[in-house]
Design a binder for this molecule. Structure first.
Ligand SMILES: *Cc1c(COP(=O)(O)O)cnc(C)c1O
Length: 421
């Protein structure tokens, strides 16, 4: 459920007609709905109603916009961060340091120190040397770092290979078979309060089975660690719950309620604080990318609809062959079969091939749906295009929450050395 819908034949974000945003801000532009963000944040929490002790940390890599983060902070969400930059964003958005979890496969020593200085709530350790480094840095600061060990459960998440993270040959976590010995060595280090386990097997999961398989393995590991005398108080179950991207698709991701019921059943006897790192399930369907049709050009089989958004603004189709529904802002009721492409000089700058879509002509507005997660945050200025702006709608008002950064501003940060003559 989201708050992007047709009213009197015109697509709105909550109470704002999208042509108004196009006219006042220009296109392409990301448009987020506060009510949708809040609804999803609430639905995820409600789904976990049978989990007695829990901590919700929004995976801010999915949408790090400060306005979006503030909305989620007010919903009681902390943050899962994967860099020092994201850590500062979470704090700037008003999230409490103790509600921040630091994930990420390649944290630097400087980032570990930054996390300690900021007093964050938990470090998710990716491998033994990182744990040793964290313990050393903490000890030098006369601190104790709260931490869990991320394990790789060797489960196939059944999602796109580029966003699978829990197979044995992925770069994330330590193998679950060697986890007990690594846990034993790390937990003996002064400077570290190793209190549990983390797992995150991938993103855009459309079935509960891989989650359940991974969580059960973690449950067995927790029992083994306790039997070996370790105190386990926290288990971080990561994120990864998928969202529907395609209207009428027959693959429907599990609802937060179904996910939560499975989690409650599998973890019933764990007696820990469970931590969650949802990203896409909160932000994905809370945003659209609003674009204008520049040209409609004949093609060999079907026409090309050339829009003013491109792969630099929304990378997911080029990166993961991802599907985003394309809907006219003022649909006429007529349809056409076309390929939807952007202006960037790459064949990969293709949003859809030979797809049945609302009929559009030059000048018509349209949206790419479900663009609230892994959208603007992956944008670049490739082809010297501007950095795409972001707007947050709240009922009948909206605000620009990220400016369009003009190509000239980017160019102003570059220098020609005077020794080139
Ligand atoms: C990316 C990521 C998430 C969020 O994944 P979603 O699929 O957006 O829910 C959570 N935890 C970790 C460690 C991640 O890398």
């Amino acid at each position: 459920m989201n708050h992007f819908e047709l009213r009197d034949g015109v697509m709105h974000a909550e109470d704002i007609p999208l042509p108004r945003i196009a006219e006042e801000i220009g296109t392409p532009v990301y448009v987020y709905s506060r009510a949708t963000l809040e609804r999803h944040a609430q639905a995820f929490r409600d789904g976990l109603k049978d989990v007695p002790r829990k901590h919700l940390a929004f995976a801010i890599k999915s949408n790090p916009n400060l306005g979006v983060l503030r909305v989620l902070a007010r919903q009681g969400y902390g943050a899962d961060v994967v860099s020092g930059g994201e850590l500062e964003r979470a704090l700037a958005a008003g999230m409490a340091a103790e509600d921040i979890v630091f994930s990420g496969v390649g944290k630097t020593r400087a980032e570990l120190a930054q996390g300690l200085d900021r007093g964050i709530g938990q470090f998710n350790i990716e491998h033994e040397p990182e744990g040793i480094a964290l313990a050393e840095i903490a000890l030098a600061k006369e601190m104790t770092a709260p931490a869990v060990l991320r394990v790789n459960p060797d489960v196939d998440a059944g999602t796109h290979a580029k966003i699978s993270t829990g197979k044995a040959d992925n770069k994330f976590g330590v193998g679950i078979d060697v986890a007990p010995e690594i846990f034993a060595r790390l937990s003996a280090l002064p400077g570290l309060n190793l209190r549990g386990i983390a797992v995150h097997i991938g993103s855009q999961l459309t079935s509960l089975a891989p989650f359940e398989a991974a969580f059960k393995r973690v449950g067995e590991l927790v029992a083994d660690l306790r039997a070996a005398g370790h105190s386990i108080t926290h288990v971080d179950l990561g994120g990864g719950l998928g969202v529907p991207y395609r209207a009428g698709d027959n693959i429907i991701p599990p609802s937060p309620a179904d996910y939560g019921a499975m989690v409650a059943r599998v973890t019933r006897d764990w007696d820990v604080t469970l931590m969650f790192e949802p990203g896409r399930v909160i932000a994905g369907n809370s945003g659209v990318l609003l674009t204008e049709t520049l040209w409609v050009k004949p093609g060999a089989t079907h026409p090309f609809v050339i829009v003013d958004a491109a792969m630099n603004d929304l990378a997911r189709p080029a990166l993961y062959d991802a599907w985003h529904d394309f809907v006219a802002v003022k649909p006429s009721g007529e349809t056409m079969t076309a390929s939807i492409v952007g202006p960037v000089c790459e064949t990969g700058d293709t949003f859809a091939r030979d797809r049945l879509i609302d009929k559009v002509e030059a000048g018509d507005l349209a949206v790419f749906c479900s663009a609230g997660a892994y959208g603007a945050t992956m944008a670049s200025t490739y082809n010297s295009r501007s950095l795409v702006p972001e707007v947050l709608v709240d009922g009948d008002r909206y605000a620009v929450v990220a400016d369009r950064i003009a190509a000239g501003t980017i160019m102003a940060a570059e220098r020609v050395p005077d020794w080139i003559d």
